[in-house]
Design a protein around this ligand. Structure first.
Ligand code: SF4
Length: 313
């Protein structure tokens, strides 16, 4: 099928099936352009729930589609390519969490949303990169178990002054460790009027060079309101499509052109179309697991003095 008719057919099927397409900020431009919402994983799942969608096509990696299924219990969630799996999420298992609990029985377990649902079900709190530091700060304990991603763990420890124990000790995002402080130090003087923004999954040396460190949704908020005309972007390059669309007067420079998440890019327009046409591949999370994950997400909202939007329905 020609590119234009593939887009038209995908949009037609979406309307016919009364579906919603959600795309993570790291998705390819053509996927972002057919999506109803573009954002980070938890933000997208909540948007789908608020929109009362009955069929959701989630364009992202495995744990994100699972997360959408956890939050939208009554919806059918489809993942266009189940082989699109986050390597960092695969670095943590249930045993890692249970072992850490045995070693530090009084420390609450905080799990990053970038994990399998079965691991999140073991957590006391489930967080995003946007609220991780605030949640850890608000928890009444000076020692906290946190996983996966040791760079986000370090970032949370820096922000809160608490002892944050990484579980497992060395898990990381293979894309965000591609950012090198030495390369950025060469790049920055070439764009002396630009601001550097970085994701907390970047190594500490990179974060320390950035003027703003935050989740992808926080980066979008920062860029949309900052006065800088040129921005050096320290996260997966896919976000530049959204940033440029929302800020046509600004110039975006990738801090590393190699920072491409191969798994995110496994989702293609053809696969989205096939997913809608054949209603594949359905994501299912056992009810017991989903309830535990939701409870851990609710704990994070509540410790921040908020209510998740699903509890108001
Ligand atoms: S960018 Fe990193 S954390 Fe995000 S899906 Fe890819 S490997 Fe996983």
């Amino acid at each position: 099928m020609q590119a234009r008719s593939l887009i038209d057919e995908t949009l037609r099927l979406k309307r016919e099936r009364k579906a919603i397409i959600l795309a993570h900020n790291y998705q390819a431009p053509e996927i972002q352009d057919v999506a109803d919402f573009v954002g980070d994983s938890l933000e997208l799942s909540i948007k789908a729930m608020e929109a009362d969608a009955k069929l959701i096509v989630f364009c992202g990696v495995d744990f994100m589609a699972e997360q959408a299924a956890v939050i939208n219990e009554s919806a059918e969630v489809l993942h266009p390519d189940p082989s699109a799996r986050c390597p960092m999420a695969a670095m943590i298992g249930i045993d890692d969490v249970r072992k850490a609990r045995k070693l530090f029985p009084k420390a609450p377990v905080v799990i990053y949303v970038n994990s399998p649902a079965v691991v999140k079900a073991e957590a006391d709190y489930v967080v995003t990169s946007a609220n991780a530091a605030d949640v850890v700060k608000a928890i009444e304990s000076d020692v906290v178990i946190f996983g996966p991603d040791r760079h986000l763990t370090e970032h949370v420890a820096e922000k809160t002054g608490k002892i944050v124990i990484p579980v497992p000790p060395n898990s990381h995002c293979p894309v965000h460790v591609m950012f090198k402080a030495e390369e950025i130090k060469v790049l920055k003087p070439l764009y002396s009027d630009a601001v550097l923004i970085a994701h907390p999954e970047c190594p500490a040396e990179v974060r320390s060079l950035a003027s703003f460190v935050g989740s992808t949704s926080q980066m979008v908020g920062f860029v949309n309101s900052c006065g800088y005309k040129r921005v050096i972007v320290g996260t997966e390059v896919g976000i530049i499509h959204r940033l440029a669309k929302e800020n046509p007067d600004k110039v975006f420079i990738p801090a590393s052109t190699s920072a491409i998440c191969i798994d995110m890019k496994k989702i293609t327009l053809e696969k989205v179309y096939t997913s809608l046409r054949n209603r594949v591949y359905r994501v299912e999370v056992p009810k017991k697991i989903a309830e535990k994950v939701k409870r851990a997400i609710e704990n994070s909202f509540r410790v921040l003095g908020r209510e998740p939007s699903w509890s108001k329905r």
